[in-house]
Design a protein around this ligand. Structure first.
Ligand SMILES: C[S@@+](CC[C@H](N)C(=O)[O-])C[C@H]1O[C@@H](n2cnc3c(N)ncnc32)[C@H](O)[C@@H]1O
Length: 283
């Protein structure tokens, strides 16, 4: 068995399936699994039966997750079709990550323009930090406020739903986070296009919603290191694995750079605060 303390906040170069089997029971708070989609030409994406592959993952994740721990599993719309995951984990939501800008090139059927993020938990989720992930009310704002004053709404079962100045629940269709393009500053390599590298903002929402600062986040298929980078920034512990040594190198470099940028920004903010307090003191 792997001693977690020895590998905390590291990226292990190896096969995720072997690493998962060497993790202790009930040891992880959150798993973000962004592995094979069975969609691209990459060698790592060639799994013979994706649903069976995902079922095996779900089964092994249920062993390593703590009670109340959460799994977010990424995939295409069919990624968990016709498999029975219920003996292992509870499915709470299927989040649709909608990308309206995806090229609509289909001729024979409707073009797919969303990915699924399956939100599982081991029993009841240990927490859901809604206030951390609220999004602006935007267009509903005026309508919502008007509705609150309509007598039937005020006195009916929706009467308790109040307009929240802090924003609304993001719901289960997320169209507000765009996929990366070749122009995105975040993109570490063009090889990582086509939703392989995930936007930090997307991962941030998942981590904020379902973990605490002391949580351990496991990323079995780390790629360019988006999940470790966001964990580092949000002060979560992580453990990641990646089979491709070049990707491991790239992800480690990204971690160092992101840490440096983060420290620099924090320092700049502190300097700004210092200057403001000096000014207000007339110094
Ligand atoms: C969809 S990408 C992950 C992208 C990542 N979330 C990011 O934002 O960059 C999947 C990754 O899984 C890796 N992979 C595939 N099979 C693997 C395995 N059996 N063990 C470890 N890594 C694997 C691939 O090399 C690839 O980098």
């Amino acid at each position: 068995m792997l001693n977690l303390d020895d590998y905390l906040n590291t990226i292990i170069n190896g096969d995720a399936l072997e690493i998962i089997s060497s993790l202790p029971d009930n040891s992880v708070d959150l798993i973000i699994c962004d592995g094979p989609y069975h969609e691209t030409q990459h060698e790592w994406d060639q799994v013979s039966n994706l649903q069976e592959f995902n079922l095996k993952l779900i089964q092994s994740f249920s062993r390593i997750l703590k009670l109340g721990g959460v799994l977010y599993l990424f995939g295409k719309p069919t990624c968990i079709d016709f498999i029975d995951y219920r003996p292992y984990l509870r499915l709470n939501s299927k989040i649709v990550w909608y990308q309206p800008s995806r090229l609509a090139q289909g001729r024979k059927s409707y073009t797919n323009n969303y990915d699924l993020i399956c939100y599982f938990s081991k029993g009841t989720p240990q927490g859901f930090n809604l206030d951390e992930i609220r999004i602006p009310q935007l267009v509903e704002l005026e309508h919502r406020k008007r509705c609150e004053n309509v007598p039937s709404v005020k006195n009916g079962s929706y009467g308790k739903t109040k307009f929240n100045e802090k924003g609304k629940n993001p719901g289960d269709v997320w169209g507000d986070i765009k996929q990366l393009t070749y122009k995105s500053k975040e993109l570490v390599s063009r090889e990582m296009l086509n939703t392989i590298q995930k936007p930090e903002k997307l991962i941030e929402r998942l981590i904020k919603a379902s973990s605490q600062p002391s949580s351990l986040v496991f990323d079995p298929f780390c790629g360019s290191g988006t999940i470790p980078v966001v964990c580092q920034r949000l002060g979560r512990n992580f453990l990641a694995s990646e089979i491709n040594p070049q990707y491991v190198k790239m992800a480690k470099e990204r971690l160092v750079e992101s840490n440096f940028n983060h420290l620099q920004k924090t320092q700049e903010k502190q300097e700004d605060k210092h200057q403001i307090s000096q000014l207000s003191l007339g110094l």
